[in-house]
Design a protein around this ligand. Structure first.
Ligand code: ADP
Ligand code: ZN
Ligand code: ZN
Length: 743
């Protein structure tokens, strides 16, 4: 109830699970419920912080005198309605402080307290004087070229960027002479008329109809093989949503948001498409977020954090490649963007369409259990045929840079037929290990190794540099073995650089391009490589960066090498991830008229996972894997939470987790009626699978429950005590609900 002496309960970006009370700024009107969701600057100790008003209420009787908030930062709530409610849910689910969750949801510029940005689209046009003066401007000069571009119609600033380098200086020069002017225009004036797509095939049509048929919230799993036309289904569903006057949000994985994808959306939808991704600066991010808040952005296509955009007119949420690991935030607030999209869809009462050729086992199980509508696209669209998959048994075969003679022959044949080849090896660098052939010493990372557990450094630059792929530590390769002074140091194993070296020598007649995080910085660099290559015969070598993204219609051969190590990982999700990766990489072959071939080189041709995938496909694999997950009480059948701790010293993480275990065990006992059926299983503490990283010792405690109620009940009861443990101050610790990686 707002009363004249109501106080503001402010969520501050601090890891403390509480709100902080302030008096309203002096001289202003009393606080009311309408202030909830407004940002304000408040004093906090000697500092100032930016917080969000989470509630307004009467002051506690007898409470000490409160400090006065400094200043309101917004006239109207920034976080309101559904978004604020959903973020409250997220704070409860992740057991994180509301203030930190709200700070995570806001773009950095707004988090810092900057005012809402201008969301106008700015354009330039010639003045009448400019039109008259044009023929007299110096031919070929930038001002003249800009004037010519503006002659027929005004152009928006983003649209000028690709047309004329240095146009801004030219525009200023023209404006100074009164020949051109900058004008704000509604974004809707800019979009070209939508281009029609291909007529949908029957399964696509059924999927679009299913999205259309629902009124309100529905979760739909669009389970379609690679190249089956899932994107066409999204486009049609989005067009429907726009026709009903609603906004659409599309989430894509980090490497899926290519200029090619954006261009396709822009061409087809006939409204401006706002992209939100890590390549934007803080101002641009805040602008897209604000445009969504104001309802000006009708379609937002973005990566993980785009799940936090306000959607006052929401009509549809799409999550493309819903199985992708990049949807899970791995530090700070550990949210899962796909799962949070579903929560928002429910709160907004709009359909959520999850698409993938390799759905996560979580989503498949939800479909099996009837919680999601299961929509299948079982064949490729157009004339494209599924690629043929063959296993190449390389036992006892001579290997050159890890490649067998049969593989090299196949590459030659594909190139000679005019096709492109993708060689997939999920390890960048030259070689994974530098070994002394005389004494067995190997180069290891000083920041990630322990006496019992050494982490090799990856060899780069043909053997001259060493780099740790876990912490980034770099060193130059020693000229001789530090232990025995031998000069017999040898790179062991094969990374993408070494494959590139071999293929460039063998196939000197075609471009050989390596694509991995080492070679390719930034999306534009990647796109430029694809554009330069065009459809000419050539070879691409890469890591999982190549598993999706740019569509390559002339790609006819995919070679997968060095997946064997993934077949024997202890992580319970390893098989799922490997199966998804293999299917996705294989799916890049034969996307157009030309048939595709996938060669899988292995020392374990009889391995059950490979056999099941090749003969039964992803769904046969998934069905078997779900049976095993259920038997082992792993997700999606039993929810997990992981308590992690790390410290520069070996002792504190374990000490903290032992103490936390005692607190949790007491709560489990309090909630358990039948000792044979505890509410929660506590596993550990144990050293993390990677016991040291970047100089920090790491340990973990795994919690699993048969149901979420028990998991959250125990955590709710135990966490205040765990926060207060003296051991908690001696280590850095965090809780991860639904961890994706157990290390
Ligand atoms: P996915 O998203 O499932 O990988 P896309 O939507 O990108 O598939 O479609 C794959 C290719 O097939 C694209 O080149 C697309 O233009 C084409 N395509 C999609 N649907 C149809 C259709 N109904 N008829 C003809 N071609 C189609
Ligand atoms: Zn040696
Ligand atoms: Zn390291």
């Amino acid at each position: 109830m707002p009363t004249p002496d109501a106080v503001l309960r402010v969520a501050l970006p601090l890891p403390l699970p509480r709100l902080f009370d302030y008096r309203v700024p002096a001289g202003g009107p009393p606080a009311t419920d309408a202030d909830v969701g407004r940002r304000m600057r408040v004093p906090f100790g000697p500092r100032e912080l930016v917080g969000v008003v989470a509630a307004v209420g009467p002051a506690d009787a007898g409470a000490p005198a409160l400090r006065e908030a400094l200043v309101w930062l917004d006239d109207a709530p920034l976080l309101g309605g559904e978004l604020l409610d959903s973020l409250h849910w997220l704070a409860r689910y992740t057991h994180a402080a509301l203030g930190e969750v709200l700070a995570t949801a806001l773009p950095a510029a707004l988090r810092r307290g900057e005012p809402l940005p201008d969301t106008h689209t700015w354009a330039w046009r010639l003045t009448e004087a400019g039109a008259t003066a044009l023929p007299g401007l110096k031919a070929g000069g930038r001002p003249r070229r800009l004037a010519e571009l503006l002659q027929a119609a005004a152009r928006d600033e983003a649209g000028l960027d690709p047309l004329l380098d240095g146009w801004r200086a030219a525009a200023r020069a023209l404006a100074a002479r009164g020949l051109a002017e900058r004008i704000a225009i509604p974004a809707s004036q800019l979009a070209p008329a939508p281009q029609p797509g291909p007529p949908l095939h029957a399964e696509q049509q059924a999927a679009v109809d299913a999205v259309r048929a629902g009124s309100g919230f529905a979760a739909l799993l669009l389970d379609g093989v690679t190249g089956s036309g899932k994107t066409e289904v999204y486009l049609q569903a989005i067009a429907d949503c726009l026709a009903r006057g609603r906004q659409a949000l599309v989430l894509v994985p980090e490497i899926g948001l290519t200029p090619q994808t954006l261009a396709r959306f822009r061409a087809r939808l006939g409204v401006p498409v706002h992209a939100l991704h890590s390549g934007l600066n803080d101002t641009e991010r805040a602008r897209v977020w604000t445009a969504a808040l104001r309802g000006e952005a009708r379609v937002v296509v973005g990566t993980r954090s785009a799940v936090f955009v306000p959607l006052p007119d929401a009509g549809l949420i799409v999550v493309d490649e819903e199985h992708d690991g990049s949807y899970k935030q791995q530090d700070g607030i550990r949210y899962h963007a796909r799962d949070f999209a579903l929560v928002r869809g429910k709160a907004l009462d709009v359909p959520v369409l999850l698409g993938s050729a390799t759905p996560s086992l979580e989503s498949l199980q939800n479909a099996v259990a009837g919680r999601y509508r299961h929509l299948r696209l079982s064949h490729r669209a157009g004339n494209a045929k599924p690629p043929a998959v063959r296993v190449l048994d390389v036992r006892k075969r001579p290997l050159d840079a890890g490649l067998s003679p049969e593989l090299l022959t196949a590459i030659r044949a594909a190139l000679d037929a005019g096709g492109q080849v993708l060689v997939f090896r999920n390890r960048r660098g030259y070689a994974p290990v530098l070994l002394c052939h005389d004494c067995g010493w190997s180069a290891h990372c000083p920041r990630c190794s322990t006496p019992e557990h050494s982490r090799p450094m990856t060899v780069h630059a043909g053997g001259r540099r060493l780099q740790c792929h876990h912490c980034g530590h770099r060193a130059s390769a020693p000229p001789a073995c530090p232990d025995c002074a031998s000069l017999g140091l040898q790179p062991q194993g094969v990374g993408t650089e070494r494959i590139e070296e071999l293929l460039a020598a063998r196939f000197a007649d075609v471009p050989v391009l390596r694509i991995d995080r080492g070679s390719t910085r930034g999306k534009d660099a990647l796109e430029r490589i694809f554009t330069d290559l065009g459809t000419r015969p050539g070879i691409l070598i890469g890591t999982q960066m190549l598993a999706k993204g740019h569509d390559l219609p002339n790609l006819t051969l995919v070679c997968v090498v060095g997946v064997d190590e993934g077949l024997f990982s202890a992580d319970f999700r390893a098989s799922e991830k490997l199966a998804q990766l293999l299917i996705q990489v294989a799916g890049r072959a034969g996307r157009a008229d030309k048939p595709g071939l996938v060669l899988l080189q292995t020392h374990h041709p009889e391995h059950a996972l490979l056999q099941t995938l090749i003969h039964g496909g992803y769904h046969a694999f998934a069905a078997e894997e779900l049976v095993q997950r259920e038997a082992a009480a792993f997700p999606p059948f039993a929810p997990l939470a992981l308590l992690r701790a790390e410290s520069p010293h070996a002792g504190p993480p374990m000490a903290f987790l032992h103490a936390a275990r005692r607190v949790l065990a007491a709560q489990v006992q309090a909630r358990t009626n039948d000792p044979k059926q505890p509410a929660l299983w506590i596993d550990g503490p144990v050293a993390a699978p990677m016991p040291r990283r970047a100089g920090l010792y790491r340990a973990q405690l795994l919690l699993s429950a048969s149901g979420r109620r028990d998991l959250h009940g125990v955590l709710d009861a135990a966490l205040p005590e765990i926060h207060a443990l003296p051991e908690a101050r001696k280590t850095r610790w965090s809780l991860d609900v639904d961890p994706v990686d157990l290390y």
